[in-house]
Ligand binder design. Structure first.
Ligand SMILES: C[S@@+](CC[C@H](N)C(=O)[O-])C[C@H]1O[C@@H](n2cnc3c(N)ncnc32)[C@H](O)[C@@H]1O
Length: 276
């Protein structure tokens, strides 16, 4: 019989951090409160609510979906099973985009495959003068992105459709960013761990993992202003192939950037001013 938080934490098969996060959600309190009140008696309804969340976690459901929130670039983003769970690696994509437009006033920015909106919303908040548009082929994902933009106070436009085949407005963009699905459809990891719960269309392009990247790189020059930048995230072993796609499409200053693990994770390039 569980009577206190201390007893519950001691009895839980979950890692201590996860059990604490679930208790914070059940009680609606910060971490410090849990420490100060770990000997307080719990209500049976609170114990039952905790046990329901614990059972979901033990069944493998990602903690971000159970809590409905994940931190990215210092802000809390709402997440649902309709969107990819934000990854820390994607902060590199945001940093790459911010560097690309740092010398521009009121840059025009396009985020392809926005998911929960982490990239577009962060760019709009870090560069309040930017005109940001975000797209996705999933209407459910766009609903989540819109909610995050509203809650975090970011101003941006959203469009629904297949990559560039959507309402983009007339302007050439100074920056296109994308973290597209890039896992090979045959990759066994898709059937393991957290990935089992994430939307398949956010993880894999249904082909060799480079198909979405090919389409994005191929279409970018038609939507970039002269001198505009394209920055894309990709898999740990795809950097050379992605650089090759950029170079064959006529991009200049092509380079890949490494994430905190030293892996080439983001590739960028600039459309030459005289591109034709
Ligand atoms: C890897 S997730 C990235 C989500 C978010 N930008 C992030 O970094 O967390 C890829 C996103 O691309 C979207 N997507 C997949 N295929 C697409 C397509 N053909 N056109 C537009 N969006 C697509 C998915 O719905 C998903 O939201």
């Amino acid at each position: 019989m569980i009577g206190t938080l201390r007893e519950s934490l001691a009895a839980s098969p979950l890692p201590r951090l996860e059990a604490r996060l679930l208790w914070q959600r059940v009680l609606g309190v910060p971490h410090a409160w849990l420490i100060a009140h770990d000997a307080d008696p719990l209500e049976p309804a609170q114990v039952a609510a905790y046990q329901a969340l614990e059972a979901r976690r033990l069944a493998g459901e990602p903690i971000a979906y159970i809590l409905g929130v994940r931190e990215f670039f210092g802000r809390d983003f709402q997440v649902t099973p309709a969107v990819l769970i934000p990854r820390p690696d994607t902060e590199l994509l945001v940093e790459c985009g911010l560097r690309a437009v740092r010398a521009l006033r009121a840059p025009r920015v396009l985020d392809l495959g926005t998911g929960s909106g982490i990239v577009a919303v962060t760019l709009a908040l870090e560069r309040p003068d930017a005109q940001v548009r975000a797209t996705d082929c999933s209407a459910e994902a766009l609903d989540v992105a819109r909610m995050n933009a509203r809650v975090l106070g970011a101003k941006l436009l959203f469009s629904h459709g297949n990559w560039y085949d959507t309402e983009l407005g007339s302007a050439g963009f100074d920056l296109i960013v994308s973290n597209p699905p890039y896992i090979d459809a045959q990759d066994a990891h898709l059937g393991r761990g957290d990935l089992r719960f994430e939307p398949a269309g956010a993880l894999t392009d249904g082909a060799d993992g480079l198909q979405a990247l090919r389409e994005i790189v191929q279409g970018a020059p038609d939507h970039l202003a002269p001198g505009g930048f394209l920055c894309v995230e990709h898999g740990w072993d795809q950097a050379a192939a992605v650089r090759s796609l950029f170079l064959r499409r006529g991009f200049a200053d092509v380079a890949s950037e490494r994430d905190l693990s030293g892996i080439e994770r983001v590739t960028r390039g600039r459309l030459p001013a005289g591109f034709s």
